[in-house]
Design a protein around this ligand. Structure first.
Ligand SMILES: [Zn+2]
Length: 592
């Protein structure tokens, strides 16, 4: 309660000669004033009212008017910041046209009273750093793969062939395909189809998924693998009215671990298409290959010509933390790069593709490696996650040189008052020589601490926001996270307390907001998430009003859905009582 009101109340009580009626009337007016003030301060307590601008690159002229329209709406509805993610951490790669468009966006922000807040320096989605050096991708190790030198080139030698049985579904009896550990409900969900097939005389068809209580329509075979080797799985797939199409997965599982968390964006109806992915066997000697539907509802899927093979150096990385080693067959002689063999380095390296051919190991004339010699070759390769995610290694010093050089450019071009660090969903780490054995929570903390220090070197007063998930034990700050070897627990203890955590949802994460407040962090609620309405946002608002250290809100779409932006802005300004129409929010995390 403001001091002046408290003073007025004291005075009312002190004035003893007033009639009870007059006193009651004054008390009523006073109570009303109290309520009004608390509502106004409830509405105005949020310093940050941001919009997340996502899905544009500023590589096209049309990006500017599209974004500007959103900025206008944001301004009209009293938002005060636009957090933008269009490659502002790769400024050294940008064209003059990009900078023209950037200055138009800056002007549009100024005209609409919005602070321009760049989102930068991603690690999990390493595209920015990788556009400087693609070898900075985090690597998984292949150890002592046998090579044979022929005609001056070493290639993966015939090793024990992978025993994957009946991938063409040619052997069957009735609807039972042989060699598989299981097909879901043969004759009911899984069928051998001799009419529609990719090659040979049969394919496997999966349909009527609702005949399984989980919507399963899967086929699985376990295979033996050699530890620390790289394998490629390919399968031909065809679909017809498949629903939902994103229920399709090609999986390599070992216990509860997914070794190839890929997403192929298969369409509901599509002709035969070859799907292909890599996996690293880690320290395992047996894995289970799955294909099919999890949570299928309708339509049909055909599978055919499914293969698994060990591959040589595909997406091989070449940086200090990912050395290539080449030795003779018994390991007693280590050969020298540049003398005995040419660097095993791909000038066309593209970690965003995983269907490329293996590189040959080129033997150098005058070196010690002989024609016909058997070798043991070790290297590191990158991994693609989902359809476009490649994580970079946080322990490689070059990463911070890139951040520094880009922070300098950021200061020269924009001098932002605030930035958002894109440190979310770090799905690899702890596996290359630079980071292996590191405490991942500590390494992540070090990475972010350096990022913030680099930014403040160039922009001393910059306020730093950061995605919260990797610092939230209720979210992704734990062990057993994707392909990470290590545990992110306690990451939150290794970062500066003056960071502002951008807590994301979906459904409201009450536990997360409280956790960060207890740890001494300020928070920004990054909500909405392309929902059909603002019910979850209302839930977040309710919690935020009762939680310490919440600085504000960000309208956060991932699919360019800005239709509810105006309502969002208005909702933030509504008094608490009018805004709180939602039912009590659930605290269940809804992220990955
Ligand atoms: Zn690493």
């Amino acid at each position: 309660m403001p001091a002046w009101l408290f003073g007025a109340a004291s005075r009312a009580f002190a004035i003893g000669f007033e009639t009870p009626f007059l006193f009651m009337k004054k008390l009523f007016v006073f109570t009303l004033a109290c309520l009004l003030v608390s509502e106004v301060s409830g509405a105005e307590r949020f310093a940050d009212k941001f919009v997340w601008i996502f899905g544009w690159s500023l590589e096209n002229d049309s990006d500017v008017p599209e974004i500007s329209r959103i900025l206008e709406t944001a301004g009209k509805h009293r938002l005060n910041g636009a957090v933008v993610s269009f490659g502002i951490d790769t400024l050294c790669k940008k064209s003059p046209e990009y900078f023209q468009r950037l200055s138009q966006i800056k002007k549009s922000c100024d005209d609409n009273h919005l602070e321009l807040i760049p989102s930068i320096f991603s690690v999990g989605y390493g595209g920015g750093a990788l556009s400087h050096n693609r070898n900075l991708a985090e690597g998984l190790s292949v150890e002592d793969a046998p090579f044979l030198v022929k005609q001056g080139e070493g290639h993966l030698a015939e090793t024990r062939a992978v025993e994957f049985k009946n991938g063409g579904f040619e052997e069957f009896s009735g609807n039972n395909a042989q060699g598989f550990d299981f097909c879901d409900q043969p004759g009911e969900i899984s069928f051998v189809d001799t009419q529609i097939r990719h090659s040979g005389k049969a394919a496997l068809r999966l349909e009527k998924f609702t005949a399984n209580q989980h919507g399963h329509g899967r086929v699985m075979q376990s295979i033996k693998v050699l530890p620390h080797r790289c394998y490629r799985v390919s399968v031909w797939a065809k679909t017809e009215n498949l629903e939902p199409a994103n229920a399709f997965h090609l999986q390599v599982l070992a216990g509860d671990r997914a070794l190839a968390p890929r997403d192929f964006h298969v369409l509901g109806s599509t002709d035969w298409r070859k799907l292909s992915m890599l996996f690293n066997s880690m320290d395992l000697d047996k894995v289970s290959l799955y294909a099919g539907l999890w949570g299928g509802k309708a339509g049909k899927l055909w599978l055919d010509d499914w293969t698994v093979e060990e591959v040589g150096p595909v997406n091989v990385l070449h940086r200090p933390g990912t050395p290539v080693t080449v030795r003779n067959e018994d390991g007693s002689v280590a050969y020298t790069e540049g003398k005995d063999y040419a660097p095993l380095q791909d000038p066309q390296l593209n970690p965003f593709k995983d269907d490329t051919e293996a590189l040959p190991l080129k033997v150098l004339p005058g070196g010690r490696i002989r024609e016909g010699e058997r070798l043991r070759v070790s290297w590191y390769h990158s991994m693609l996650i989902n359809d476009s995610q490649v994580t970079v290694c946080m322990a490689e010093p070059e990463l911070y040189e890139i951040f520094d050089h880009e922070a300098k450019l950021l200061a020269e071009h924009l001098q932002p008052r605030s930035v958002l660090l894109n440190t979310d969903e770090i799905r690899m780490g702890g596996t290359c020589r630079a980071c292996k054995g590191r405490n991942m929570g500590e390494l992540l903390g070090e990475c972010v601490t350096k990022q913030a220090a680099i930014l403040r070197d160039h922009i001393p007063s910059v306020e730093v926001y950061i995605w919260s998930d990797m610092f939230d034990p209720n979210h992704n700050a734990h062990g057993k996270y994707y392909l990470v070897d290590g545990d992110f627990t306690d990451s939150w203890k290794h970062v500066p307390k003056n960071l502002i955590m951008a807590v994301w949802g979906g459904e409201p994460r009450e536990a997360s907001l409280h956790f960060f407040a207890d740890q001494g962090f300020r928070t920004l609620v990054a909500c909405y998430y392309d929902a059909p309405d603002l019910k979850d946002v209302e839930g977040w608002l309710q919690i935020a009003r009762q939680t310490r250290k919440v600085r504000g809100f960000m309208y956060t779409p991932w699919e360019k859905k800005y239709d509810l932006l105006a309502d969002f802005g208005d909702l933030l300004r509504k008094p608490a009582a009018a805004a709180a129409t939602a039912s009590p929010p659930s605290a269940t995390p809804s992220g990955p």
